[in-house]
Design a protein around this ligand. Structure first.
Ligand SMILES: [Ca+2]
Ligand SMILES: [Ca+2]
Length: 238
């Protein structure tokens, strides 16, 4: 009788001891883990317009480095909680001086529709639109909708940030898919992509800047540069 009891008790004691060891180990390791970082992250909520087309045409002349269109919704980007879209309220300028201010205002009016009246046009060649956020901000996510009225791929999509309006002070490149450097801002290593209703979501990783510039050089559909909406998610820089 006694022997049976002891035989039973032993594994129980052992498992209790190993459980205790794990608990102690967890306590010892706990302070070395990043304390609040993981908990602060939330999925970035984005309001998406309705899709305007399905699939991609087979006869489109594409470069070698175009991201295929996914048939699944894009996974959400994890960002710190409490970010705001800083684009509305920012001062908008652009390289094409023929574009009137009320057209430029469409870039941040929240309308991301694929219809003609939601799209603004900049002339041919490399052009840019620029946002002045008013003060230095920590930028985590940037979303660009050129024009998603049909399947097309924009060329020389480059996003830069800087401390000054002329992009002389502390200019940094956040995204660049100009692989042959035809826009002259350096060889880009990012991939070309199809415009869709989801827009292009770029992880800016908390980069600090006041000014953001969005370059493009026409698309597979047109030499003109089209823009529908820009969003910039961030918070005031400390
Ligand atoms: Ca708009
Ligand atoms: Ca190029």
């Amino acid at each position: 009788m006694n022997t049976t009891c002891n035989a039973l008790r032993r594994p129980l004691t052992l498992s209790l001891l190993s459980g205790l060891a794990v608990a102690v180990l967890n306590l010892l390791l706990a302070p070395t883990l990043p304390a609040a970082d993981a908990g602060d992250q939330v999925p970035l909520p984005l309001k998406l317009p309705a899709p305007a087309f399905k699939g991609t045409p087979k006869d489109l002349q594409l470069g070698p480095n175009v991201e295929p269109v996914s048939d699944k919704p894009r996974p959400p980007m994890m960002v710190p909680a409490g970010l705001k879209n800083l684009a509305p309220g920012s001062k908008i300028t652009c390289s094409d001086k023929n574009v009137p201010a009320d057209s430029l205002a469409k870039l941040t009016d929240g309308d991301k529709d694929a219809s003609d009246q939601s799209i603004i046009f900049l002339r041919k060649a490399t052009q840019w639109v620029q946002l002045d956020l008013g003060s230095p901000q920590e930028i985590f996510a940037i979303v660009i909708w050129h024009a998603h009225n049909m399947a097309k791929v924009y060329h020389d999509v480059i996003v830069q940030v800087a401390d000054d309006a002329d992009f002389i002070e502390n200019a940094r490149t956040v995204f660049n898919n100009d692989s042959d450097n035809t826009s002259g801002l350096g060889v880009g290593t990012d991939r070309e992509y199809f415009e869709t209703y989801e827009g292009k979501l770029i992880n800016a990783k908390g980069i600090k800047a006041r000014y953001i510039r969005f370059y493009s050089k026409g698309s597979t559909e047109s030499a003109l540069n089209e823009y529908t909406e820009l969003e910039v998610y961030g918070r005031p820089a400390k």
